[in-house]
Design a protein around this ligand. Structure first.
Ligand SMILES: [Cu+2]
Length: 216
């Protein structure tokens, strides 16, 4: 018997043990999932769970990450009247990103046809915001939002209408935090980044926010 045969012989049971253990774990896991699923499907808890699920809202501190080219998460659910403190962080190592919230598109004609360059309706119109934190901000257009408090200094703040929609633009590694009360604008809204016109948005820097009516 040579050395390699001997090794093979010694290792064989080990491999088998590993395999069977993995198989056991997978099998047990599968069974557990099926078991819980079956239990839920039959129990009234399933119905309660389903009816509760659409009610889940992002409130309090909400974290939203920007990257090349995505928002994480790309869906949020807010409720009218809730207090939200939004932390927006640009995790890109080398690209600036912005964040608009709106509905409908404004388009610009190009040689390839019209492209969307921003949202037509600005979600932030008339909304009171408190700017709590700002780090490595290129600029922050406030448009028709009402800034009730802000950090200082704030040379990056571009106040008043006529400069585009409400949108902070963050440098790589930058972040901002602002708080607001979710305005009475229920329904589906979109968020997105329109840096380089439509390119970031088209590459995936977009998401949706469902705003639920106020709790009665
Ligand atoms: Cu972007």
């Amino acid at each position: 018997m040579n050395v390699s045969d001997d090794l093979e012989k010694n290792q064989q049971p080990l491999v088998e043990r590993e395999w069977s253990r993995r198989e056991f774990l997978l099998g047990a896991g599968g069974l557990a999932v099926v078991g819980v699923g079956a239990l839920f499907a039959k129990s009234p808890i399933a119905n309660a769970f389903q009816s509760l699920r659409p009610q889940t809202t992002d409130q309090g501190h909400v974290r939203l990450y920007q990257g090349d080219f995505y928002f994480d998460p790309n869906h949020m659910q807010w409720r009218v009247g809730d207090q939200v403190t939004l932390h927006l962080m640009n995790q890109s190592p080398n690209r600036p990103h912005e964040m608009w919230i709106g509905r409908g598109f404004d388009t610009t004609p190009t040689e390839f046809g019209p492209i969307a360059t921003g949202f037509h309706t600005d979600f932030w119109d008339g909304v009171h915001i408190n700017i709590l934190e700002a780090y490595h901000v290129s600029n922050w257009v406030t448009n028709n939002a009402i800034v009730t408090s802000q950090v200082s200094p704030h040379p990056w703040l571009v106040t008043g209408p006529g400069n585009g929609n409400f949108s902070p633009t963050l440098e790589p590694g930058g972040y901002v935090t602002w708080s607001f009360t979710v305005p009475n604008k229920p329904g589906r809204w979109m968020y997105g980044c329109f840096v380089q016109s439509y390119i970031h948005y088209d590459e995936g820097m977009r998401g949706t926010i469902d705003i639920l009516p106020a709790k009665v």
